[in-house]
Design a protein around this ligand. Structure first.
Ligand code: DGY
Length: 326
């Protein structure tokens, strides 16, 4: 029996790729630039499985061009590049990788808070540039114990960040579109969005990107924050109006920002964000550890192989909308 055709966009950790190769015939786009749309559409024309990354827009056009497609998987928990309605319309299950990246992403979010509060990256620059030896002074950071952390988007990662913040002596509040009813368990108190903006000494953004959250943080929101506030985004760049953030940091409307995600990505070398001194930016590395990326790749392959066999995916976003497979 011939192996099913699978298109893979981007890299996949070797053990997962080898597992996929045992069962499938693979066409993989490994180049650094994004796959040109015409090549992608040509490749998916006879594909039964597709693994994408967030540079690929999966929409009606793509699905129309892929009549044999049985499953799509992505090695990420976020799926703002995927038109889930369209996948369901074409009866194609879409699998993502929740759960396995929770602690790793929470670690990064909390590290960004600690690194900015204690000026760790500035300290390293200071040493490397010989300023220490020359007797110069480095500006002080702030304590986080006793401060209020506001988490926007209280899912599994939010709860893991809350746990870390409690351990560091912080008071934790959160806002979530759907109010949770386990505040005691997660150790965080629900507040309205407005109250959170007013009260928080530091805000960590973890909400997924959707029509509702695009541009959630703009001029008005930064104005409502404390002038001493630290703003940390680990979700998606477009949740923040970047021009408004630059302005808020330049005028002292807020104190500091740490971003693992930007809009656009990657951030251009001459972008105003890079001219600021009160910012720390990392290159979208929320889940980037060997262990977590390996687990994500394996879950992606689990999802894909299950879909090829018409079995329920281990983690399926549109399970309830798929007829006869779930
Ligand atoms: C995720 O898993 O959504 C990460 O942000 C990678 O895109």
């Amino acid at each position: 029996m011939s192996k099913p055709n699978v298109v893979v966009i981007g890299g996949l950790m070797t053990p997962a790729l080898e597992r996929l190769q045992n069962f499938c015939s693979i066409k993989q786009w490994k180049k650094e630039n994004d796959i040109p749309r015409d090549i992608l559409l040509e490749w998916v024309a006879d594909a039964e499985g597709l693994i994408v990354n967030n540079s690929v827009a999966v929409n009606e056009e793509l699905l129309q061009n892929a009549p044999r497609l049985k499953v799509i998987a992505q090695m990420a928990v976020g799926y703002d590049n995927i038109d889930i309605e369209a996948c369901s319309k074409y009866n194609v299950p879409f699998g993502n990788t929740p759960g396995v990246l929770v602690d790793t992403t929470a670690d990064l979010a909390f590290s960004l808070l600690l690194c900015s509060a204690r000026r760790i990256h500035e300290g390293w620059d200071f040493v490397r540039e010989n300023s220490w030896a020359l007797g110069h002074k480095l500006s002080f950071g702030i304590d986080i114990a006793g401060k209020t952390l506001g988490i926007v988007g209280m899912g599994q990662i939010g709860a893991a960040v809350a746990q870390r913040a409690k351990a560091f002596g912080m008071n934790v509040i959160y806002y979530n579109r759907n109010r949770r009813h386990d505040d005691d368990k997660i150790g965080a108190a629900y507040q309205s969005f407005e109250t959170l903006l007013n009260k928080a000494d530091a805000i960590i953004v973890l909400t997924p990107l959707s029509q509702e959250t695009r541009g959630l943080f703009g001029r008005e929101e930064f104005r409502k924050m404390k002038s001493t506030a630290y703003f940390i985004n680990v979700s998606r760049g477009p949740v923040v109006d970047t021009d408004a953030l630059v302005e808020a940091l330049q005028t002292g409307e807020i104190a500091y920002a740490a971003l693992d995600v930007t809009d656009p990505e990657p951030v251009a070398r001459d972008h105003p964000l890079l001219t600021l001194s009160n910012i720390l930016i990392t290159p979208h590395i929320g889940s980037a550890t060997v262990e977590t990326r390996t687990a994500m790749a394996q879950l992606t392959v689990d999802n894909l192989l299950a879909g090829l066999e018409d079995k329920p995916l281990a983690a399926c976003v549109n399970a309830s909308r798929i007829i006869g497979k779930e």
